[in-house]
Write a protein that binds this ligand. Structure first.
Ligand SMILES: [Zn+2]
Length: 378
């Protein structure tokens, strides 16, 4: 995602902040300063309420971070690679790469998030009670009590059994354990997620019609977000199911048409692009070693006037940014590694020799072929 600011590293995980978090901090601080706190702790100046509101909102963001961090730590312990944590308007996302190895790991990674939120609720709740007993300032008591309440809400909302919520992952783990089929369990969990999302949208519409405009819009908004996420995940898990058992060698384009890395771009276009039918060409140095990948998209970013003075290797995606694969490995694993930076393509090496390339077209064809075969088989 582009709309993020890197915050730093926590427990070895890169943490990023989506700009929308600023909006949510302001909204939360506003709610605390203008609504919650004047009711629970009356008689302070507006600036005091706002200061307490901002502190409370920031502590809530820290609570969200703790929730996501818990997911990430348990995932890492289970051997699942964690790309990083992003905080945004709906809370946080721990971006996992790869799949949990067992239903038990799947369950543990999911359940630890809401568990952390509940523990935090308990801590803030106790703090608020102790502060009340000790006669500490009422603003402190109010903020702690609010944090306890919001963490309970977070835990409960996340336990709703529809993917991509934590409850949906727990459901997936349970179904997976029973059936032994992770993909099917994942598809069911995301279907339930979509049903839950429709339910939230309906509830929101009802609340809206009954006069609670703000609450209703919030529910519609959350339901819509959940629906989008559940649909995307459903598509991924269905694709993974179809792709299961397909190896890289079965779909890759081979042999690969390579180009000379030291050619000027003008000559490169003449020699390869105009006569070729590909949208990406690995380029090799004089010794035959692959140094990068020239794509039509990369060529387009070069001003025509510079084509005569630029070498192919200078517009190529460098090898270290490319995703590489071996012919025998499962295609699903390679797809999980592909990102925007790699141009959606993977180079296939067999004992250091370039033997193929996997492009989005190859993957789409494999999916369609599989779907055809599946239809035939009933
Ligand atoms: Zn969670």
């Amino acid at each position: 995602m582009r709309d993020e600011v890197r915050l730093g590293t926590v427990a070895g995980f890169p943490v990023a902040l989506n700009w929308s978090v600023l909006v949510i901090v302001l909204l939360l601080a506003w709610g605390l300063a203008e609504g919650v706190l004047p009711e629970t702790a009356a008689g302070h100046a507006a600036a005091t309420y706002w200061a307490a509101g901002v502190v409370g909102a920031l502590l809530l963001i820290c609570s969200l971070l703790a929730h996501e961090l818990a997911h990430a730590i348990v995932a890492r312990r289970a051997g699942v690679e964690v790309e990083g944590l992003t905080l945004w308007v709906f809370g946080g996302v721990a971006r996992l790469r790869g799949e949990p190895p067992t239903p038990r790991a799947d369950f543990m990674i999911a359940v630890v998030g809401p568990a952390t939120s509940l523990v935090l609720a308990l801590v803030f709740g106790t703090a608020s009670l102790l502060a009340a007993v000790a006669g500490l300032p009422d603003l402190l008591i109010g903020v702690a009590a609010w944090l306890a309440y919001v963490n309970v809400v977070l835990a409960v909302f996340n336990l709703v059994p529809g993917a991509p919520l934590d409850g949906g992952r727990i459901l997936r783990a349970a179904l997976w354990r029973r059936s032994g089929d992770r993909d099917k369990a994942g598809a069911t969990a995301t279907s339930v997620g979509q049903a839950v999302a429709y339910g939230l949208v309906m509830l929101g519409l009802m609340a809206f019609l009954l006069g609670d405009a703000v609450g209703g819009l919030w529910l519609i908004f959350i339901g819509w977000f959940l629906l989008t996420a559940a649909r995307a995940e459903h598509a991924v898990s269905t694709a993974e199911h179809v792709l299961r058992g397909i190896s890289v060698a079965e779909v890759m384009s081979t042999p690969v048409q390579v180009g000379d890395a030291d050619l000027r771009v003008t000559d490169f276009i003449d020699r390869h692009v105009l006569s070729g039918r590909h949208s990406a060409y690995p380029v090799v140095d004089a010794g035959g070693a692959v140094v990068g990948l020239v794509t039509l998209a990369r060529l387009r970013t070069l001003a025509p006037a510079q084509r005569g003075t630029t070498r192919a290797r200078d517009v190529a995606l460098p090898l270290e940014h490319l995703v590489t694969a071996s012919p025998g490995e499962p295609l699903a694993g390679v797809l999980a590694r592909l990102d925007r930076e790699s141009g959606g393509r993977a180079l296939v090496f067999d004992q250091g020799r370039l033997v193929g390339i996997v492009t989005p077209v190859d993957v789409a064809r494999a999916l369609e072929t599989r779907a055809l075969v599946a239809q035939d088989g009933g």
